[in-house]
Design a protein around this ligand. Structure first.
Ligand code: HAS
Length: 570
């Protein structure tokens, strides 16, 4: 299909109905397909880890040893790096390119930059996969790669390429947006683009810290250029980035919930302005909260922990606003579909449409994930749950369901659009969506309960002698959740392969995309220089003292090389 040149505005490309420029279709398609390849590496590790941590499973299948799956820390590293870092980033960039060009009704500025970013991330992916797969011990540093664990240099170079590739992609979107702004002075951008810009600004600021950690500490250590490292400083730099990372994943899901789901469900968004405020809050408050991952760290002061606890409670507010805004939109849609009474609108949702059902289930599970997040955020309760499998339960409801299941819902319309063929099987998609919801609920709830019974978070527990009987029972249940998720993952990939290779009917519809911004949205919300300044000032206020405490000034000029005295590397 061809996009048509708009003759009234020379040079501008319009996108009637389902048309997409072939070059863009290829670029977006390449990102989505690569995200699915990364997901394939990562996703299938999950159930096998659950089996490995289940005492009953290990007792029954003691001989069950598949290389890679059997080396627990190696498998967790592949699982985390591929799912949390590569799948998400490739998918978000592909989806964002699609949303941006459709919403702004103009081509992404540079196809060259698009492929450059893609190429860098692809090389990064290959380096990471090869390095982690090569040896069970060598690069099993997990997706958090805390020092003093040190992986081979190729692992860090892979991560650097992922980040730099994502910067190239964000620059491409910023340039496209700025050119649109020049031609649409005084107009408000469509909500999806507004959210994307806020998300990418946040990402670019947050990733500076992890770039410093990798380039200044980990890569030199891995190359043997330095002999000492500082685990506390490494953790501080990582979590400056690590918490915004979770919102980098969440915002594209919110884009779908806010700008597509209300129409897909048969209604309209309750409040565009409220949504814009939520996205601005996510930009401003995502960064100054990462200390809530460091509550148990002795090298961070109680005052910083207190300040960032308060800020953590604030960063949950935009999600509460989202619950009300989307809840009201869904109620409206349900009533339009004939729902009566107090709760009748719930049953009138399109539960048999996989695109809608995936997002509804994602939200319902996210409501529990949000609550567990609030529990984590309380410094006192955090001491009880930190480093237990409770945390694993938390992030499988948030990242594993709210984000991933929403992305799967998006995939069920985006992949057919890119391929130009209908989804291979709507029925299989429905089974997949529901089995994901059920499997993940069993998995996350029992992981959480096992954590409360003392099961540690990252440990090969299947044969462990020191687990309580209760913890063992819950861990056995996680294996059942894992088995259901394995079936769900197979259904997902059957549908993907079927859509790409076997589907014959042409696709007839995609997702509803808003091409106009709300003209009544306050102009201040789109004054990005102001919000960048607020974000940076707040980040300095919240993180400045943490960095000052973490950097060992007694060690003189080493500070400049990010090498305060610390642990000797072997
Ligand atoms: Fe978290 C640890 C606190 C959100 C991911 N989190 C993690 C880790 C990950 C992660 C991966 O305070 C582990 C990191 C590691 O490797 O160590 N998290 C929070 C808080 C929130 C939160 C307060 N987390 C997320 C999101 C994630 C994510 C989102 C991924 C996408 N998290 C923590 C803390 C830790 C932590 C500590 C450290 C724990 C430790 O000790 O190690 C909040 O932002 C959550 C707010 C969300 C809500 C829910 C709103 C509900 C909505 C749905 C409404 C439903 C409707 C349905 C409308 C308040 C929007 C209607 C439908 C019908 C059909 C009726």
């Amino acid at each position: 299909m061809q996009a048509t040149l708009n003759t009234t505005e020379p040079g501008k490309v319009t996108f009637p109905a389902l048309d997409m420029l072939r070059s863009e279709r290829n670029m977006i398609g390449a990102h989505i397909v690569m995200s699915l390849i990364a997901l394939t590496f990562g996703i299938f590790m999950g159930p096998f880890q659950a089996f490995h941590r289940s005492p009953a499973f290990m007792a029954s299948f003691a001989e069950f040893q598949i290389p890679v799956f059997s080396y627990y820390y190696q498998a967790v590293t592949v699982h985390g790096v591929m799912n949390a870092l590569f799948f998400t980033t490739f998918f978000i960039i592909g989806f964002t390119y699609y949303v941006t060009q459709r919403s702004l009704q103009r081509a992404i500025k540079s196809v060259f930059l698009g492929w450059l970013g893609f190429g860098l991330m692809l090389v990064g992916l290959v380096l990471c996969v090869v390095t982690v797969s090569a040896d069970p011990q060598d690069a099993s540093v997990l997706y958090t790669f805390y020092p003093p664990l040190i992986a081979p240099p190729t692992y860090y170079i892979g991560l650097v390429l992922l980040i730099v590739g994502s910067w190239v992609a964000t620059a491409n979107v910023f340039i496209t947006y700025l050119e649109w702004r020049k031609e649409h002075k005084g107009e408000r951008s469509p909500l999806a683009v507004f959210a994307t810009i806020s998300n990418f600004i946040m990402w670019d600021i947050a990733t500076i810290a992890v770039a410093i950690e990798v380039l200044g500490m980990l890569l030199p250590a891995s190359l043997g250029l330095i002999k000492v490292t500082d685990p506390q400083l490494g953790r501080v730099l990582f979590w400056f980035f690590g918490h915004p990372l979770v919102y980098f994943w969440l915002v594209p899901a919110y884009i779908s919930w806010y700008t597509m789901l209300p129409k897909q469900a048969g209604g309209k968004l309750f409040s565009d302005n409220l949504a814009r405020v939520a996205f601005i809050m996510l930009l401003v408050f995502s960064i100054p909260v990462g200390v809530h991952h460091l509550f148990a760290d002795p090298g961070v002061s109680e005052v910083s922990k207190f300040i960032q606890t308060i800020l953590t409670l604030i960063v949950a507010v935009p999600s509460f606003m989202t619950a009300f805004n989307i809840g009201a939109s869904l109620e409206y849609a349900g009533r339009q579909n004939g729902g009566k009474g107090l709760l009748g609108w719930i049953w009138k949702q399109k539960w048999n449409d996989p695109v809608v059902a995936a997002q509804l289930i994602a939200m319902l599970v996210f409501a529990t994930g949000g609550m567990s997040g609030m529990i984590n955020a309380s410094a006192q309760l955090n001491i009880a749950v930190h480093n237990t499998s409770w945390v694993t339960g938390h992030f499988h409801t948030t990242l594993g369901t709210a984000v991933t299941l929403t992305f799967i819902g998006i995939l069920y319309w985006l992949l057919p659009m890119i391929r130009g063929r209908k989804l291979f099987s709507t029925k299989a998609a429905l089974w997949q969506v529901y089995s994901w919801g059920i499997g993940m609920t069993i998995f996350a709830a029992s992981m959480g309960q096992a954590g409360l019974e003392g099961a540690p978070r990252r440990a090969d527990l299947g044969n462990s002698p020191y687990l309580t009987d209760l913890a063992k029972n819950w861990l056995n249940l996680t294996a059942i959740g894992g088995a259901i998720l394995l079936v769900s993952s197979i259904l997902l990939f059957v549908n993907i392969i079927g859509t790409i290779f076997f589907s014959k009917q042409p696709v007839v519809e995609g997702a509803p995309i808003e091409t106009r911004g709300n003209p009544n949205a306050p102009a201040i919300l789109e004054r990005w220089s102001f919000w960048i300044a607020v974000t940076v000032v707040l980040a300095i206020f919240a993180w400045g003292p943490v960095f000052v405490q973490a950097i060992d000034f007694n060690n003189g000029w080493n500070v400049l090389r990010y090498l305060p005295s610390g642990l000797q590397l072997k």
